[in-house]
Design a protein around this ligand. Structure first.
Ligand SMILES: [Ca+2]
Length: 353
């Protein structure tokens, strides 16, 4: 309700100066956005700190007004929010509907467990751009603080990262745009991929009335299945072979599977359209097994029986105690096993070297 009330108060400014020449002097400068209580930051009990500064042009990046906010409703909540505003007419902006602004806002999302405080792309396109660190400013993409040392969940961290940060990001960006330019945005958008896509889904569910359009690319949602499948390949390799199957051997196995199933979709193009239709088994393919291990392959990347069995299980995906698939469909492990991720980032994250 606090945010709703805040927006209603800001709404009193509707149409007061927006696009009306000769009244710019009544509007706040970039600096005043953070220092004048009329603009919603100074004096806000949940704004721990705020600043507004004009960033000079740098290379291809346009000059803009950068507002940084540290938001928190308790000592353990510390959400950094950045709003980049193309310069208003008062601050020297030109070429837009008001100053350099195109009249729209665009919130941008993060990836993995990281946030995103880079707003230059939307700002250069004349949007009011916004981002948040999701409440954690530590090492980039570090999910570990979500679980406390005693094994309990860090609920503040999880809630701030999953919903609180992006919701405040949107609300502050819209309110600051209205304050800075003297009128409300014409349209408000969200633009995110992976975690940013997931954030788009969250915003649609919980803040849908505040946005006109949401670009939720490759949304990383349904984590109980998604992350189970993402770790599946590494777990299988560790259990069956004691470590990572070298990438070259994974690629060898992939080439065998591709050769066996490529044509199932009617086009021999090196792509298996639906991996679920492929019943190829490396463990049952003697040409994939090294001759030294009972197979017929002399290829330097041939497989041991354990490696072949592991590849089969990776392709099959995780199953629960009832042997029912319990990962994403098709299993993300299909994808992981065909990428270097399988032997680097994720493997490292669960202790495989
Ligand atoms: Ca094909």
């Amino acid at each position: 309700m606090r945010n709703v009330a805040y927006l209603i108060v800001s709404g009193a400014m509707l149409g007061s100066a927006f696009l009306v020449p000769g009244t710019a002097a009544a509007l706040p400068s970039c600096t005043a956005l953070a220092t004048d209580p009329a603009n919603g930051l100074a004096g806000n009990p949940f704004v721990k700190s705020a600043s507004g500064v004009i960033i000079p042009p740098a290379g291809a990046n346009a000059s803009y007004c950068q507002v940084n906010i540290l938001y928190g409703e308790n000592p353990n909540q510390n959400i950094n929010i950045r709003v980049g505003l193309p310069l208003s007419g008062l601050d020297g902006g030109t070429g837009g509907l008001q100053g350099a602004w195109n009249g729209r806002t665009q919130g941008v999302g993060g990836g993995g467990c990281s946030g995103n405080l880079t707003v230059t792309a939307p700002v250069n396109a004349r949007y009011v751009g916004s981002g948040t660190d999701g409440g954690h400013s530590g090492a980039a993409n570090n999910c570990e603080p979500a679980v406390n040392l005693d094994g309990t969940y860090n609920v503040q961290y999880i809630q701030d990262w999953s919903r609180n940060g992006i919701k405040q990001e949107i609300l502050f960006s819209k309110a600051l745009a209205e304050a800075y330019y003297g009128g409300p945005p014409l349209y408000n958008y969200w633009n995110g991929c992976s975690t940013g896509g997931r954030q788009g889904y969250l915003l649609a569910q919980e803040l849908g009335n505040e946005l006109d359009g949401i670009l939720a690319s490759a949304p990383a949602i349904y984590w109980t299945r998604f992350q189970t499948a993402q770790m599946w390949g590494q777990i299988v390799m560790k259990d069956l072979t004691g470590g990572v199957i070298p990438t070259a051997k994974q690629n060898f196995a992939t080439s065998k599977a591709t050769a066996a199933c490529d044509a199932l979709d009617g086009v021999t193009d090196g792509i298996i359209d639906d991996p679920r239709a492929c019943t190829y088994s490396a463990a049952h393919d003697s040409t994939a097994i090294c001759s030294a291990n009972g197979g017929t392959s002399a290829d330097p990347n041939c497989l041991t029986p354990a490696q072949a069995q592991a590849m089969d299980k990776i392709w099959d995906g995780p199953r629960n105690a009832s042997a029912r698939p319990c990962g994403t469909v098709p299993p993300l492990s299909h994808w992981v096993s065909r990428n270097s991720i399988g032997t680097s980032t994720i493997a490292t994250s669960i202790g495989i070297r």
